[in-house]
Each structure stands twice: as C-alpha cells, then as structure tokens.
Write a new protein. Structure first.
Length: 322
C-alpha cells in the first residue's frame, strides 16, 4: 500500500514572480513504516440451525484449513517460524514481540505447537532434497564419477594441530607439510602477476611437493599415519583446483551457507529432543536452500503452511533444470 503526501508552495516568491505547480519532477523521499496493530482477527462462526423434525441444532462446518490452523493463521504461523529459525529468537522473545508489537498474546507452549506445524509442512520438501543429496564426498565421487576438491582450509587446521603437537616427530612432520602449503598459497596469491603457463607450472610443482612431503617419511604415530593415509588415498582431491577451472581450493561457500546454523546453536543451544532436532533439520535446510536459490525464506514458509493447512501439494525446493 502506498500513500502520496504532497508538499507545495503557494502564492508568490520573494522575487515577486508567480509560481506554477509541476507534478512531473518532484523531489521524493520514501519512508517505510507499518500500521498500528498490523493484524486481522477473523472470528470464524459456525451458525446453528434448528431442525423441527429431529429436534436438534445443526451447525455449518468450519473449513478444514481454518480448523487445522487454529488460533494462529498461516502468515503469522510463518512469521513465528521465521523469527525462531532464521532470526535465532527464543520463544520468550517471540512472545514479547507479538505481544508488544502485534498486540496479540500467545503463550510459549502454543508457539512451540505453531513451530511444530511448520516443521510438518516442510516434511515433503525436506525428504525430496534428502533423497537427492549424496551423503558424503566419497560416496558422491563413486556414484556419479565426478572429481571433488577437498577443502584446503580444513587441511591446514589439521596440519597446524601437528605443528603444535607435544610429540616432536609430529611437529617436524606437520612443519614440513605446512611449508609446502604456504608455498602453494604463495603462488595462488601471486597468480595475477604471473603468466598463465608460469602459474600452472608453479602450482603443479608445489602441489606435487605437498603430496611428496605428506606421504614420505611420515612418523609412525597415530596422527602422522592418519594424515599420510589420507593423502595416499585422496591426495589428488586436495590439488584438484590446479587443473580444473573455477574450482575454489576451499569450501568457504559451503561454510558460509551453514554459518547461521553455528550461530543458531550458539544462541539457542540447539535441541536435545527428537522433535526439536527434526524441526531444526527442516528449518535449517529451508533457510540454506532458499538463500542459495535467491528465494524469500518467509514467502516459502507461507506457501508451505498454506498448503499444509489446506491439504494441497507442498511447494518444492528442487529447481527444475530440464
């Protein structure tokens, strides 16, 4: 809804000239606000009819979607879930917000039931994605015959663990690998100043040096053996980015996608109950997928809730690429 509030000058200016209004080129300042108590309370009344024949009162049925929604309508249901899942709000915070801003009193217990309804509405979309999602790097590689770039950032963390390990053998092994990693990233950071062929050659050299340092003369310790075995089995997957264009040597994009999960667990402490974990799985998946697809999380929640209450087919988060 848009309102237009016009301000205009009248009469004559100090120069004595006559002025005329020009509606074509106004200076505009837009201001967004919300109206007081932005809620509509609909009272669904089932009117009774007295039957003289059977001497009974009969009532018109209330639509099923209205009955399934109960006290809280579809959009407010989606808002509660959005505040809980996307904004990391506690039920106490949501209750205060709805009471003070919206003007409606809802108990924390009822807010939990509202979120449970949203979780149910997301079941179909979640199961569709779960069915299509490979479970791990290695399974994905074997099932689909594709090459995967393992995250170098995670590898560096593991190597630094060895560098600071109490065992001197692990420290020497970790220091050796860390130097090779630093040489590799030094080339990556200088690639704009290098010729394409020169950069490719230096990357291959540092990559091969990394594999050599990691797989030769590894200490006979549990930590050293585990890292050496990892490189023996999947070493090429750590340097895949060298020969494959547009492949990032880290998985920062994936980490950014789940960063809100870490924040939510830190703020809300997560959930130890099965019902709560089920809600988090579906809500976090919805947020991550909608964000990657450039879709509104709130709008998708509204669509899911409306479909769930009315018994219609749930919206899908799977993109049609046909």
């Amino acid at each position: 809804m848009s309102n237009y509030i016009d301000y205009y000058l009248d009469g004559f200016r100090d120069c004595g000239g006559h002025i005329e209004l020009d509606y074509e080129k106004p200076r505009i300042l837009q201001q967004v606000d919300f109206v007081p108590a932005p809620m509509i309370i609909n009272e669904h009344r089932s009117l009774g009819c007295w039957c003289e024949s059977c001497q009974k009162m009969h009532y018109a049925p209330i639509p099923e979607d209205v009955r399934r929604a109960g006290l809280v309508g579809p959009r407010l249901t989606a808002l509660v879930a959005y505040l809980k899942g996307a904004c990391h709000c506690s039920f106490s915070t949501i209750r205060k917000f709805i009471r003070d801003v919206v003007g409606v009193k809802i108990s924390r217990g009822h807010l939990r039931k509202v979120c449970a309804k949203v979780g149910d509405s997301l079941d179909t979309a979640y199961e569709q994605l779960l069915h299509l999602l490979p479970s791990a790097y290695r399974k994905y590689m074997s099932d689909f015959n594709v090459l995967i770039q393992f995250c170098l950032a995670h590898l560096i963390r593991d190597v630094k663990f060895l560098v600071n390990h109490p065992n001197a053998k692990n420290r020497r092994y970790g220091t050796r690998i860390l130097k090779s990693l630093r040489d590799m990233f030094h080339v990556i950071h200088r690639r704009e100043a290098m010729t394409p062929s020169g950069c490719e050659r230096r990357l291959k050299e540092t990559g091969q040096d990394l594999l050599w340092q990691a797989t030769h003369d590894a200490p006979a310790t549990r930590e050293g053996t585990n890292l050496a075995r990892r490189f023996e089995n999947h070493g090429e997957s750590y340097i895949q980015f060298m020969t494959t264009p547009d492949v990032d040597p880290t998985n920062n994009m994936a980490e950014q996608a789940i960063r809100f999960v870490v924040i939510d667990r830190h703020v809300t402490q997560g959930s130890r109950r099965e019902a709560g974990q089920r809600w988090l799985e579906r809500m976090w998946t919805t947020i991550a997928t909608c964000t990657q697809q450039g879709r509104s999380v709130f709008d998708f929640l509204v669509q899911s809730v409306v479909a769930h209450f009315s018994g219609n087919e749930a919206p899908s988060r799977i993109v049609d690429t046909s």
